[in-house]
Design a protein around this ligand. Structure first.
Ligand SMILES: Nc1ncnc2c1ncn2[C@@H]1O[C@H](COP(=O)(O)OP(=O)(O)OP(=O)(O)O)[C@@H](O)[C@H]1O
Ligand SMILES: [Mg+2]
Length: 257
């Protein structure tokens, strides 16, 4: 089966003097696969997905999306990308944002009329008439997911999609991922919510400081009787310098006057 996305020996840093944000990452996704890209803050996860989405250029290595370079018009319409901190023009309404993305995707009137209300209903924003400037964080995240699925992508990239979502929203995103997998869509998920990742992903890679330290199917990475969080904490804790659990002033006994 042809890979949906193939990343080989990717290296990327933001400035010449910076350490590598991504330092030799190789990953592949097949149709219908849900891949969890995990790692502590600053590990390089968002940098990897931004390169795949064509928003950043690699310094070295190669990235192929549906057999082409990221950022080409075909690969762009087949990709849905929900960024980690989505933002939209402040004075637009959800419906107008969706219209804008529909134009970018080249959807005709019939498809717009069908897809936009259904997608907004899925995101719980169909009755929301206010401008984006009045949206909460979670509402923006919902809109970010809505625009990402509007084009019926073959690859959906979700960067921390449920970080700001309420429990119902999280459940909807899990159901969405399951449904997309069944229909052959590949999903690349960045998340710190490891219990969710464990439920939806078939394959995971754990990155630390720009490198993948562990990768495999869920069964390979998580031995029986353990959970993904145990595996993650063990791997990452062993590589970070030990530190006090709490600031000393927090632990101090309150002084009596
Ligand atoms: N715009 C930027 N300019 C300079 N450095 C950046 C920029 N974005 C990210 N970095 C650096 O690149 C490294 C990887 O960041 P990245 O955002 O990819 O991490 P992440 O794994 O997504 O973290 P998080 O879990 O916090 O979202 C970090 O050292 C970060 O400081
Ligand atoms: Mg990130």
């Amino acid at each position: 089966m042809a890979a949906v996305v193939s990343v080989e020996q990717l290296r990327k840093r933001y400035r010449r003097r910076d350490p590598w944000a991504v330092d030799g990452v190789t990953i592949q996704l097949e149709p219908g696969q849900a891949f969890g890209l995990l790692g502590p803050n600053g590990a390089g996860k968002s940098t990897v997905v931004k390169v795949i989405a064509g928003l950043l250029r690699p310094d070295s290595g190669s990235v192929s999306l549906f057999g082409s370079d990221p950022g080409t018009p075909t690969s762009r319409t087949e990709l849905g990308f929900a960024p980690e901190d989505p933002d939209f023009p402040k004075f637009l309404r959800a419906r107008e944002v969706m219209d804008y993305f529909a134009s970018l995707l080249g959807l005709d009137d019939i498809e717009r009329k069908r897809r936009i209300p259904e997608t907004l209903a899925f995101a719980g924003l169909d009755t929301e008439r206010r401008q984006i400037r009045q949206f909460s964080k979670g509402m923006k995240q919902r809109l970010g997911i809505a625009q990402a699925i509007l084009g019926r992508p073959k690859l959906l990239i979700l960067d921390e999609p449920t970080a700001d979502l309420d429990p119902l929203g999280r459940r909807d995103v899990r159901a969405l991922i399951d449904r997309l997998k069944e229909s052959g869509v590949a999903v690349l998920l960045n998340s710190h919510l490891l219990s969710e990742v464990e439920l939806v992903c078939d394959t995971v890679a754990i990155m630390v400081k720009g490198r993948v330290l562990k990768e495999g199917t869920m069964a390979e990475v998580v031995p029986q009787g353990r959970n993904l969080e145990d595996v993650f904490v063990e791997l990452v804790q062993g590589l970070t310098p030990p530190h006090e659990q709490l600031p000393s002033f927090i632990s101090e006994q309150e002084r009596k006057p």
